[in-house]
Write a protein that binds this ligand. Structure first.
Ligand SMILES: *[C@@H]1O[C@H](CO)[C@@H](O)[C@H](O)[C@H]1NC(C)=O
Ligand SMILES: *[C@@H]1O[C@H](CO)[C@@H](O)[C@H](O)[C@H]1NC(C)=O
Ligand SMILES: *[C@@H]1O[C@H](CO)[C@@H](O)[C@H](O)[C@H]1NC(C)=O
Ligand SMILES: *[C@@H]1O[C@H](CO)[C@@H](O)[C@H](O)[C@H]1NC(C)=O
Ligand SMILES: *[C@@H]1O[C@H](CO)[C@@H](O)[C@H](O)[C@H]1NC(C)=O
Length: 346
C-alpha cells in the first residue's frame, strides 16, 4: 500500500489491516448479504461483483492501487473492497461541530453514524453493520520524510478520509448531503466514462495532504467538482477560522462562517441545509445546539464537546465513534460508542 509518495506509516498500517482482517471480512459479508436480499438472484449478484471490481479499476491513483493492495492484504476480492468503500460513502450520517473558545482556540469534533437501514438486529436492538464497524476504527498518521503531514480517524480498508487535521493549519470533516439535484447521477456518469468530478472523500483526503492553509482548503473544497453533494466542515488555527461549506456537485451553495463579534462561536452540521428545518424524525441539530448554548463559550473544550456529542439523539444507535480534533497541537482522539436503551435508533 503506497500512494503519492506518502509513507503511510507502513508498519502501522499493515498492522492495523492485519488486526482488521477478520472484522473487515465480517462486515463485507454482511453488506453483501444485505445487497443479496434486495437482488435475490445469484447471476445478477455475480455480474454486479465483476462490475464493482471494474469500477475499482477506474479509480484515480493512488486510490486504485490502495484498494488493490487492501484487497490482497486482507484476502478479499477487489469488488468486495469497492463495495465497502462505496457503502461507506452512501450510508454515513453524522454530526459535526466546530467551536471557538474565549482565547480563540478552535475545536472540531464529530460523531460518525453509519449503517442506517443496514440490518436491524431485533434481539440486540442494534444495527448489525454499525456494531461490526467498531473494530475497524483506526487512528492514522500520514508522514512524508518522517514528518507528519496529516492525521485522521478512519476505518481500516477505507481509502477516503472523512475526518482529519493538518497540525497548526486546519481540521476537516465531511457530512453527507442528501439532495435530489445530484444524488448519484455523478456515480452513474463515472460509470459511463465521464470522470472529471471528485469522489467526495478522495477530495477531503487530497485537501488534507496538499492543502497549505485554512483559506487554501476552503478554496479547494468550494471549487472542486464532486460526484455527489456534500457538507464540508472546516476549522482553522486562528480566531474566526471555521465554516460549513454546503456543496452541490458543481457549485458552492453557501459558506457559513464563525462570527465571534455576532455571537456565532460554534457551528453545527448534521445532514441538512442550515436554512431548512431538519427532517422531523431526525432532528439532531437542535439538541446539539441547545447543549452547546447551555455549555457556553466560557466552558467549551474537547471534554465538554464530547458531552454534547454524547447527548441523545446526537448519540444514537448508529453512532460508531466520536472523534475530537484540536488543530493547534495536532491532537486527535477517537472513542468507540455504544448507546444503551432507551436510545433513538438513528
Ligand atoms: C447479539 O449480541 C450477542 C452478545 O453481544 C451476540 O453473541 C449475538 O451474536 C448477537 N446477535 C446477532 C444476531 O448479532
Ligand atoms: C525516519 O526515521 C527512522 C527512525 O526514526 C530512521 O531510521 C529513518 O532513517 C528516517 N528516515 C528519513 C527519510 O529521515
Ligand atoms: C496555532 O495556534 C496556536 C494557538 O492556538 C499557536 O500557538 C500556534 O503557533 C499556531 N500554529 C500555527 C502553525 O500557526
Ligand atoms: C442557541 O443560541 C442561539 C444564539 O443565542 C440561538 O439563536 C438559538 O436559537 C439557540 N438554539 C437552541 C436550540 O437553543
Ligand atoms: C462554566 O464555567 C463557569 C465559570 O467560568 C462555572 O462556574 C460553571 O460551573 C461552568 N459550567 C459547567 C457546566 O461546567
Amino acid at each position: 500500500m503506497q500512494g503519492l509518495g506518502l509513507a503511510l506509516l507502513l508498519a502501522a498500517a499493515s498492522w492495523a489491516l492485519l488486526q482488521a482482517k477478520d472484522p473487515l471480512k465480517a462486515v463485507i459479508q454482511n453488506l453483501k448479504s444485505i445487497l443479496n436480499s434486495f437482488i435475490h438472484n445469484k447471476k445478477y449478484m455475480a455480474a454486479l461483483e465483476s462490475k464493482l471490481a471494474w469500477l475499482g479499476s477506474t479509480l484515480p491513483p493512488p486510490f486504485k492501487e490502495e484498494i488493490e493492495g487492501i484487497a490482497s492484504a486482507s484476502e478479499n476480492t477487489l469488488g468486495d473492497i469497492v463495495v465497502f468503500n462505496i457503502f461507506y460513502e452512501i450510508f454515513t450520517v453524522c454530526t459535526s461541530i466546530v467551536a471557538e473558545d474565549k482565547t480563540g482556540k478552535l475545536y472540531h469534533a464529530r460523531n460518525l453514524d453509519f449503517g442506517l437501514f443496514l440490518g436491524w438486529d431485533v434481539k440486540n436492538s442494534s444495527w448489525s453493520v454499525t456494531k461490526e464497524l467498531k473494530p475497524l476504527m483506526v487512528s492514522l498518521e500520514f508522514q512524508r520524510n518522517n514528518k507528519t503531514v496529516f492525521k485522521s480517524a478512519n476505518l481500516a480498508g477505507y481509502v477516503g478520509m472523512v475526518s482529519g487535521l493538518k497540525p497548526g493549519a486546519f481540521s476537516l470533516t465531511m457530512n453527507e448531503r442528501f439532495s435530489l439535484d445530484g444524488g448519484y447521477i455523478g456515480l452513474f456518469e463515472w460509470i459511463m466514462g465521464q470522470r472529471d468530478g471528485w469522489w467526495m472523500s478522495f477530495l477531503t483526503r487530497s485537501v488534507l495532504e496538499n492543502g497549505t492553509s485554512y483559506e487554501d482548503a476552503k478554496d479547494k473544497l468550494s471549487n472542486s467538482k464532486l460526484l455527489a453533494p456534500a457538507y464540508f466542515i472546516l476549522g482553522g488555527n486562528k480566531s474566526g477560522e471555521g465554516c460549513i461549506i454546503t456543496r452541490t456537485r458543481s457549485a458552492v451553495l453557501d459558506i457559513w462562517p464563525l462570527n465571534i463579534e455576532k455571537g456565532t462561536w460554534y457551528l453545527v452540521e448534521t445532514n441538512y441545509d442550515r436554512w431548512k428545518d431538519p427532517f422531523v424524525l431526525d432532528n439532531r441539530r437542535d439538541p446539539a445546539m441547545k447543549c452547546l448554548n447551555q455549555t457556553m463559550q466560557e466552558n467549551i473544550s474537547l471534554s465538554t464537546i464530547y458531552n454534547v456529542l454524547s447527548t441523545k439523539p446526537v448519540l444514537n444507535k448508529l453512532t460508531v465513534s466520536t472523534t475530537l480534533l484540536e488543530v493547534s497541537d495536532g491532537h486527535v482522539e477517537t472513542y468507540l460508542r455504544g448507546c444503551p436503551d432507551p436510545c433513538s435508533p438513528w
